[in-house]
Design a protein. Structure first.
Length: 223
């Protein structure tokens, strides 16, 4: 299937449109430099002011906000392997969705998975770096009293080093003994996370081990 390119003309002043196109012209030979140049244009929102978006935006005019929002959009698309070129018909851009089949042609299944994972991690990392998610992660990892103990979501995560040592110790055993030992070590438990809806008000919504909301636990491990 032929992927049809899209025309995109940002609602910016002529001056800002020319500035944006110049960034692309100056970095035609390097996609990495283009991405870095676009990122350098974005300074309205940064870690020091993410706690108050409204107050931050009030200090900037609409043109600056639109320009930086456009840079952010184009940056996201480039990092996700979209193709962006300068339009020859106007002051806009031509944007086309990546043909992943062609892009990964000849690569092994594992290589394709790794590349696709990188694409997905771009937006995931931006989300995790936001103040909202940083506060959420801190709250989930902060120890709090649960009965007579102090626990957090970290109590639900096994010690990777200990597991690695156990697997190394049993690696030389025959399959039957391995399975027998693994059944004692690994005991998976499926817990249903019911939504916050009156229909499920009688269901359990909190983890019996940590006292945390099950939906928050699901959200944490989805990050």
């Amino acid at each position: 299937m032929v992927l049809k390119p899209l025309k995109f003309v940002p609602r910016l002043s002529i001056h800002k449109l020319r500035l944006l196109r110049k960034i692309f012209v100056d970095n035609l030979s390097s996609k990495e430099n283009l991405i870095n140049s676009l990122r350098e244009q974005i300074d309205i929102v940064n870690p020091s002011n993410m706690g108050d978006h409204v107050k931050t935006f009030c200090h900037h005019n609409a043109e600056k906000i639109r320009f930086q929002a456009t840079c952010s959009l184009l940056l996201d698309l480039l990092e996700a392997r979209w193709n962006i070129s300068i339009s020859l018909d106007d002051l806009g851009f031509v944007i086309s969705k990546p043909d992943y089949n062609k892009a990964f042609e000849g690569n092994s299944t594992e290589e394709i998975k790794n590349e696709m994972r990188k694409v997905q991690l771009v937006n995931r990392n931006k989300q995790v770096e936001s103040l909202e998610f940083q506060n959420f992660i801190s709250r989930m990892e902060r120890p709090k009293p649960v009965g007579n103990e102090i626990k957090s979501i970290l109590n639900l995560i096994d010690n990777g080093k200990e597991l690695s040592e156990i697997f190394t110790d049993i690696s030389s055993l025959d399959d039957e003994k391995k399975i027998s030992l693994l059944e004692k070590i690994i005991q998976p438990e499926i817990v249903v996370c019911f939504p916050d809806d009156p229909l499920f008000k009688e269901e359990e919504h909190k983890c019996p081990y940590t006292g945390l909301r099950l939906t928050d636990i699901w959200k944490y491990f989805r990050l």
